[in-house]
Design a protein around this ligand. Structure first.
Ligand code: GAR
Length: 187
């Protein structure tokens, strides 16, 4: 049986993208990286793994609908079945949500519904919670909402700094996302 194609969306460093690429057989082909930030280091990572990349800038389009129409075209051209957001810092609009209904997944560095939005690790750290974690969930129209697929808890120790907490969270993300990806693409 031939493997289905998936795309990763990212805006920044791409450590999750790299973890996905290094995870071995995920029962799917990662055939496209979509990036909304021409300065993002994830672009070099995609080059290293020879993953075709589509880079765009939202400000070059009149609306979210206009750029998402282009993204849907790119996804269809590459025969993409699932979309995995890995640090993609834009809200997904109706154009993409309707074209890929139930097929867009996100990873977020907190135990949702706690600390949605930007800087979730910093939010949790400054709130002095004892436990935080990582969530993988289906994407809906909200910000980091949508049905939860998997969560992993991480203890915040007395001596944790923001940096040490970030490191622990990223480590968990890098294990969890490829695992969930492998499971979900079989559905
Ligand atoms: C990750 O921690 C991811 O969970 C987070 O952005 C980071 C991207 O890191 N995503 C969100 O906050 C989504 N709301 P990376 O570019 O090194 O993979």
């Amino acid at each position: 049986m031939s493997k289905i194609n998936v795309a990763v969306f990212a805006s920044g460093t791409g450590s999750n993208f790299e973890a996905i690429m290094e995870a071995g057989d995920l029962s799917c082909n990662i055939v496209l990286l979509i990036c909304d930030n021409p300065g993002a280091t994830v672009i070099q990572k995609a080059e290293k793994y020879q993953v075709p990349t589509f880079v765009f800038r939202s400000k070059d389009y009149v609306s979210k609908e206009e750029y998402e129409k282009v993204l849907v075209e790119k996804l269809k051209e590459a025969n993409i079945s699932w979309v995995f957001l890995a640090g993609y810092m834009r809200i997904i609009g109706p154009t993409l949500l309707e074209a890929y209904e139930g097929k867009i997944i996100n990873i977020h560095p907190s135990l949702l519904p706690d600390f949605p939005g930007k800087d979730a690790i910093g939010q949790a750290y400054h709130a002095r919670v004892k436990t935080t974690g990582v969530t993988v969930h289906y994407v809906d129209a909200g910000i980091d909402t949508g049905p939860i697929i998997a969560q992993e808890e991480i203890e915040v120790k007395e001596n944790d700094t923001l940096e040490s907490l970030e490191e622990k969270i990223h480590h968990v993300e890098h294990q969890l996302y490829p695992r969930v990806m492998k499971d979900i693409v079989k559905k």
